[in-house]
Design a protein around this ligand. Structure first.
Ligand SMILES: C[S@@+](CC[C@H](N)C(=O)[O-])C[C@H]1O[C@@H](n2cnc3c(N)ncnc32)[C@H](O)[C@@H]1O
Length: 238
């Protein structure tokens, strides 16, 4: 059993490391097109817990009526986040992702009212969508994937009083990205756009796949609440 499991994990490791090699966003997304069929089973081997952790945190922070809340799942992939959110009573999901093959899997899940192909960092979210009670981006904020400037767009498509949930990895190759992300989150808080509700650092985020790391890597879940913005005024905090 040990060697069979090890083998499987070694295979998934190789797949993920090959994903990390892609330099451009296009390369990343075309990698996901090839991974879509095996994604769910492979991330289970990786013990990838981000969708559940994110859904648990946002669910405990959200004070509205969840059955009525509209949820935008950014970089939705195959739909693992909506699957977890549904367990917490959320029902209205819209998803966007750059990969058509991943979106096809999300479509098959039957969880989403609407799904759209969109390249984050290139296509504007707010030009396509109205605003949502909850906006999540899970497993996509990391070096080589979704750029930091997309964070403002997440805030743009959130209703005043709504919540944004973001996750990132805390392992070595992502530390610079994580610092830049936290800088932007803080900057936006200083501008009065939103307020931080909580940051949860998680030790056992997912199994490590790089040569330098062993066991589990850590990660973080950030929850921000969008503040009231009035047209005409630069910024208004509640
Ligand atoms: C690790 S998966 C996470 C999927 C899902 N949120 C989950 O937690 O299972 C990352 C997803 O982000 C998408 N993605 C990465 N960079 C993107 C970009 N710049 N624009 C659009 N989608 C992107 C990929 O296609 C992929 O589906």
């Amino acid at each position: 059993i040990m060697s069979a499991d090890r083998n499987t994990f070694e295979n998934v490791k190789a797949v993920i490391l090959s994903a990390h090699k892609g330099a451009t966003t296009k390369e990343k997304v075309s990698f996901y097109n090839t991974w879509a069929d095996n994604y769910d089973q492979d991330v289970a081997v990786l013990d990838y817990r981000a969708p559940r952790l994110a859904a648990d945190r946002i669910s405990s922070c959200f004070s509205g009526v969840r059955e009525e809340a509209t949820v935008l799942d950014v970089a939705c992939g195959t739909g693992l986040v909506a699957k977890q959110m549904k367990k917490h009573g959320f029902r209205h999901f819209v998803g966007v992702d750059g990969s058509e093959a991943m979106l096809e899997k999300a479509r098959e899940s039957g969880l989403y009212q609407e799904l759209k192909q969109s390249m984050l960092g290139e296509d504007s979210l707010s030009e396509v969508w109205g605003s949502f009670d909850v906006v999540l981006i899970v497993g996509a904020l990391s070096v080589g994937q979704v750029s930091i400037n997309v964070i403002r767009e997440l805030c743009n498509v959130t209703k005043s009083g709504g919540c944004v949930c973001m996750t990132t990895r805390s392992n070595h190759d992502n530390l610079e990205y994580k610092a830049a992300l936290e800088h932007e989150l803080k900057q936006m808080e200083e501008e009065g756009l939103w307020t931080c509700l909580e940051v949860t650092e998680v030790q056992d985020w997912e199994r490590a796949v790089t040569e330098q790391e062993d066991g589990y890597i850590s990660g973080a879940v950030y929850i921000y609440k969008k503040l009231l913005t009035l047209p005409g005024s630069r910024q208004n905090t509640v």
